[in-house]
Design a protein around this ligand. Sequence first.
Ligand code: SF4
Length: 343
Amino acid sequence: MRPIDPKSIRRIMVRSTNWVGDAVMTTPAMADLRDAFPDAEIVVVANPLVAQLFTFHPCCDRVLIYEKKGAHKGVAGLWRFSRQLRRERFDLAVLMQNAIEAAIMAFAAGIPRRAGYRTDARGPLLTHGVKIGPEQKRLHHTEYYRHMLRHICQGEGGGRLLLACSEDEKRWAQTTLGDGSWVAINPGAAYGSAKRWLPERFASVGDSLAEEYGLQVVLTGGPGEREIGRDIETAMRVPALNLIGKTSVRQLMAVLAGCRLMITNDSGPMHVAAAFDVPIVAVFGPTDHTTTSPWSRNCRIVRKPTDCAPCLLRQCPTDHRCMRAIMPEDVLSAARRLLGDTA
Ligand code: SF4
């Protein structure tokens, strides 16, 4: 497949992925795209959560929100949204999302060049379809998205995760956190309970880090994780600032960017913190650390090899041994190494 001539492209639609973590892992590919088409307008189509990542981003000029409810619900909604896209007169669609729906959207929007992986039986709808084999499935997600891009352009964006906060957002985080050195504890995982380490063990790690290093603890996460946050707050000896369910994605970005350390499950906020080069201790159980670990040198993965892992299930059908086998001391010793490295 020949690279697309940059001179022929004035406007690009990028259909983003639907999970925050995956979308963060597309940012190196977005940087490649920006480098390959420096004069084109890049417009990201995303759900309301993911859209926030790109509302202030060097590789995105504009965001269009696509939420599959209200006017955009069902097949009729998809058709309506595609008609709206048609008016934008895009020259190229880059489909980070692998679903057939993304290809139908680009096709129905009349976008003449449509690039993406040949997944979900959507090959015939793509003009620049990239074959996916076992090799691509083994790639870390950041490289997986970049691999697709290399079939259509020759950009070189540097290969690093990329997110940005505005000065106002940084000031807001500074005011919220105040003075001191912070460790973020992120005990949820939107995907499902199988990815979640035990709340009382997070609490124990938080207490130890506060007592050993004088770190202040901030709990982070989404609205569906409030109960876990309350359990951790109750179990902790030292007071924690509980922001679970109280921040927008952009506020969460600014808070994480201001932390000295993060202790987390495999989750969207983990990838956000990696984009700001925050040192991370990530607890992995049912997911594959070779494909979705934080794309950062500044991290430690804590996991216990288990026969059934990686199962990639949302809920554990057995005794959750992949997570139960990980003890607070395992996480603490990883944190101590990182704090030693960055002291
Ligand atoms: S099935 Fe195994 S890998 Fe999957 S969540 Fe349960 S214990 Fe973990």
